[in-house]
Every structure is written in C-alpha cells, then in structure tokens.
Design a protein around this ligand. Structure first.
Ligand code: IPM
Ligand code: MN
Length: 366
C-alpha cells in the first residue's frame, strides 16, 4: 500500500446524501479491491449546515476540505431556503468553496453510454452513435462573481459580468490543452455581438492560436450554441465558455446523454479538486431512493483520475457503469422498455458487484 488519500465528503441537501452514499460505496469497493488507502471525512454543507450552524459553509467544513486531498460533493439547496437572503442561501456555500479553493476550471464531459442512446429526446439521426463533448466552464469569475452585485432598491438590482485577461488566459490554457488531447477542435462560446467581456475573450483566444496551431478554433454565440447543441451536436469537441453560459449549456448537453443524472464534473485549478454531479438537489424526489447516482459515481471516478492519478481505477468504474447499463439495470430517469428498474441503492450495489467481478475476472486490466 502506498499513498494515503483523504477525501472530504459533503453530501449536502435533497438527494445529495443518497447519491453520495452510492459513490462512497463504489469508492470503498475500489479501495478494498485495489488496496488503496482512502479515508473519508464527512462535513455539513448547504441547507443542512445552515440549519445546524446558521451558515451554509461552516468554518469546520472549510477546514475539513482544506485538510483533504479531494472533495466529493453531493448537491445543495431546497425550497425551504428560497426566501432567505442570497448571502445565506445554501448555493452560496458552493460559490465560496470554489473561490476559496481557487477552482477556476469546471470540466463537464457529456458522453453518451451506447445503451442509453434511445433515452435521449434527440432523434437518433441527429444523435447518431452518441456524443462526446467536453464543456470547459470558467468557474471563478464572470457573472457569478463580478462586482457590483447587489440589490440597489426595491426597484433595482445589479449583477456584473467582469473578466480579466489573466482569468481568461488560464481557462483557455486548460481548454486548448484538452482539445489537443482530444479531436483538436475548440469552440469558444460567447455573446460577442453585445458583450465587452466577450470581445476581450476573443482577443485572448487569438493570442493563443499560434501556440496551439494544431487546434481548430471557432466562435459561436451562446444563443446559437443552445440551438446547435440539439441540431448538430457532432460539430462539437471542446467548448470553452463563461461561468453562467457554461452552467446553462451543460444542463442542456446532459439531455443528449439521456438524463441529467448522468453528467459528472470536476472543478480544478487549485490544490484540491472538487467533484460533483452537475445536477441539483432535486427536492421533489429526495428521500425516495429513486435518484440516479451515476453522475456522482462518475464524479468519483474523475476524482480518482484527476486528483489521485488512479486512471486504471477510474476506468474500472466507468466500465462497470457501462456494463450495468448494458444489462438493462436502470433508475427510473433512464428506464426503457424491458429494463429492470432499480432504486438508488440497488444501482450502487449493482455497480459495486460489477466492479468486484471485473477485479476478479481481469485480475485488473494490467
Ligand atoms: C452547478 C449548479 C451551481 C452553479 C449552483 C448550485 C450554485 O447549478 O454546479 O451547475 O450554478 O454553479
Ligand atoms: Mn448548474
């Protein structure tokens, strides 16, 4: 046994605790099967932290995170917090965490599992054999953080979209590098016909082009992009975009894969990565044991790969998920004719069982 990894586990609200349980189960199976030292530290975040401590990001939670090698995050928010001030809302905890940990990259792969192609609302002739798009969302600036950001009066409020060259350059560096490792196509999504920040983004992009001459760059307005994603998703390889735009189009891209319950994310750029599903806390189905845990389990596999350099283990998780889906085992959001509909925990169990089988039969893909 070699390095010890400490994982801060922040289940949060709504379906958060249920989906996190399954991801921890899966990580525990990998830990046992591969003899890896993983240690889990739980902490409250979001609404549950607000209820217990009066703040959505308590000091001890932040310390637990800073003291860990990676963070596994569930989901936050709920209707009972809709009317408290924006500063105290559960969502604020995530924004503070991202800022505090210097997480400016949000990597959101939208990848179709072949057995789910017919679950997508998009016609087969458009979807063909599925998509493989990487959305790189800028996570630390833009409309989410720009100042001024306040309620001016009962009649007026302001948010600000602001970017500096440094912020744009560092996210572009990541996006260009990803494009180089994939199909070498980068789409910069903006609203250059209206926004000053988009003009600055384009200036910085053009200063990158000579250093990444193997990457084909194109520009697309955000409004057009939301349409192109469903009309012709195969034109995309890597998309890089502003914080809010990235939030919006990643939800949209999840529909290409069959369900928002399928899309993981990695927030990177600081010393400690944060891994979370792109979906929210789904209060309408919380506590019912029917949520799809796959986005969170895939997020855990991104954690193994990105934070711990355990690419082989991450691959085993993805393979197990693929095999379980191929076998027709499905949570309700991805069920199909003839599939076996299972609960959140049964889905986790099925994936663990498949991981164990792969570990035994393959003696692990050497
Ligand atoms: C996401 C979520 C968050 C965001 C919320 C919960 C603040 O929607 O991670 O996509 O807007 O970034
Ligand atoms: Mn979102």
């Amino acid at each position: 046994m070699n390095k010890k990894y400490k994982v801060a586990v922040l289940p949060g609200d709504g379906i958060g605790p249920e989906i996190i349980n399954e991801a921890v189960k899966v990580l525990s199976a990998i830990k046992k099967g591969m003899n890896i030292s993983l240690q889990f530290e739980y902490a409250d975040v979001g609404g549950v932290a607000y209820d217990n401590y009066g703040t959505s990001l308590p000091e001890q939670t932040l310390n637990t995170c800073k003291d860990s090698d990676a963070i596994l995050f569930g989901a936050i928010g709920g209707p009972q917090y809709d009317n408290i001030s924006i500063e105290l809302r559960p969502e604020k905890a995530l924004l503070k965490l991202r800022k505090e940990l210097g997480l400016y990259i949000n990597s959101r792969p939208a990848l179709t599992f072949p057995s789910l192609i017919n679950r997508s609302p998009i016609r087969r002739e458009i979807l063909k054999d599925g998509v493989d798009i990487l959305i790189v969302r800028e996570l630390s600036s833009g409309l989410y953080y720009g100042e001024p950001k306040k309620r001016i009066s009962s009649e007026e409020a302001v948010d600000t979209m602001r970017y500096t060259k440094t912020e744009i350059s560092r996210i572009l560096t990541y996006a260009f590098e990803q494009a180089q490792q994939r199909d070498k196509k980068l789409t910069v999504v903006d609203k250059e016909n209206v926004l000053q920040t988009s003009k600055l983004w384009r200036e910085v992009v053009s200063s990158f082009e000579s250093s990444y001459s193997d990457v084909e760059v194109d520009y697309m307005y955000i409004d057009n992009c939301t349409m192109q994603l469903v009309m012709n998703p195969h034109q995309f390889d890597v998309i890089v975009t502003e914080n809010t735009f990235g939030d919006i189009i990643s939800d949209e891209a999840s529909a290409l894969t069959g369900s928002i319950g399928m899309l993981p994310s990695a927030s990177l750029g600081g010393q400690i990565g944060l891994y979370e599903p792109i979906h929210g806390s789904a209060p309408d189905i919380a506590g019912m044991n029917i949520a799809n845990p796959i986005a969170t389990i895939l997020s855990a596999s991104m954690m193994l790969e990105n934070s711990f350099q355990l690419a082989r283990e991450a691959e085993i998780i993805r393979k197990a998920i693929n095999n379980v889906l191929e076998a027709g085992i499905r949570t309700p959001d991805i069920s199909q004719e003839n599939s076996q509909v299972v609960s959140t925990s049964e889905m986790g169990d099925a994936i663990v069982q498949e991981i164990n089988r792969l570990l035994i039969t393959n003696k692990v893909v050497e």
